[in-house]
Design a protein around this ligand. Structure first.
Ligand code: DAH
Length: 347
């Protein structure tokens, strides 16, 4: 019986050391130590032993069981470590493999220019304000000194919502001047970008929807010099320090005096000709019209409850698409709205 026990121990240790998975180990544990296991089978024969032999064999059997259990535990720890190691190796991520490129979008070229303009004016102390695109005719026209019967109020130019022509899609951002002046006290210093609508057929330079940026400054002692300073600063920042500008007298009902600002054509440098041909960018003019501006009309100030004896102000309004087209050298306005990614990817 002693031999049998020693043989069991020897075989068990060899088998345990050969086992290479948690499942194989468990199978061995049952076979060696379980109720129907080898060791139990031997112990069942204890009854046949003499009373002197019994405790000796009993102790040996216990030692064998303890030895097997010890090897089993040690092997279990080893195998678990091996399993973990293999798992880690199998699931290792090579962080040096180049990843799949994620295609990022970017801001629309028109919004890039808008952002640049906003940044510049915020830096000059302007506040950005937003207003409704569905507007009252009184704000879009009447309070801006544009009287009944003015051609711009015509149904062929303006989208009206009501039969009495009192509600419309704003045709300009200038009504924001009124909305701000009716509620705020000077000093006022705002920039109001937004969509405007006119009944225009779409072509290379027109669209029934486009964007304007309105500026308004009202305070004591505001002069035309302040207006020129703000606009020249903007144009130099957008088009470079060597950009050449001129102010030309003009008429707008809501400013007096009024002017338009032109930039010298970057293609022909004001000559109107390129290689003996009429310049295609400025059509031979030598100048490109950029925006309308002027000193806020006293009638408009009074209408908003601002005392023109104490306060004066300047205003300007420019087409955003036009600024973006000059900046990015796009020659067809429709490209800005078509949103063809082959076009947008170029910016
Ligand atoms: N609202 C005018 C337009 O759409 C542009 C304009 C001209 C705005 C003169 C102004 C201004 O603020 O002072 O043609």
């Amino acid at each position: 019986m002693k031999k049998q026990l020693e043989q069991i121990q020897q075989d068990a240790i060899a088998a345990l050391n050969a086992a290479d998975s948690p499942a194989a180990l468990e199978e061995l544990r049952v076979r060696l130590l379980g109720k129907k296991g080898d060791l139990t089978a031997v112990l069942k024969q204890m009854g046949k032993l003499s009373p002197e032999e019994r405790p000796v064999m009993g102790q040996l059997a216990n030692t064998v069981r303890a030895n097997i259990e010890q090897v089993l535990e040690a092997r279990k720890t080893e195998i678990n470590a091996l399993v973990l190691e293999k798992k880690l190796a199998d699931e290792a991520i090579d962080v040096t493999i180049p990843g799949n490129e994620v295609k990022m979008g970017h801001e629309h070229p028109m919004n890039q220019v808008l952002q640049e303009i906003k940044d510049l004016f915020v830096g000059l102390g302007y506040q950005i304000v937003d207003g409704p695109e569905i507007e009252l005719a009184s704000y879009n026209f009447t309070k801006l000194n544009i009287e009944e019967g003015h051609p711009s109020r015509d149904r062929s130019d303006t989208f009206y919502f009501t039969d009495d022509d009192s509600v419309l899609l704003r045709t300009q951002t200038s009504p924001m001047q009124i909305r701000v002046m009716e509620h705020a006290k000077p000093p006022i210093c705002i920039l109001a970008p937004g969509r405007v609508y006119r009944k225009d057929e779409a072509d290379a330079t027109h669209s029934p929807m486009f964007h304007q940026i309105e500026g308004l400054v009202v305070d004591e002692h505001i002069t035309m010099g302040d207006l020129k300073g703000a606009l020249v600063t903007l144009m130099k920042s957008l088009y470079g320090e060597d950009a050449v500008m001129r102010f030309r007298p003009h008429h707008f009902p809501f400013t007096e005096p009024s002017c338009e600002m032109d930039m010298q054509c970057h293609k022909c440098h004001g000559t109107g000709e390129v290689n003996g041909q009429v310049c295609s960018t400025c059509h031979g003019e030598g100048w490109i019209e950029l925006l309308g501006a002027g000193m806020v009309h006293t009638e408009v100030l009074c209408g908003c409850g601002i005392d023109p004896e104490k306060y004066s102000g300047f205003a300007f309004g420019m087409g955003l698409e036009r600024m973006a087209m000059r900046r990015t050298r796009i020659n067809d306005l429709r490209l800005i709205f078509e949103n063809d990614v082959r076009f947008l990817n170029q910016f």
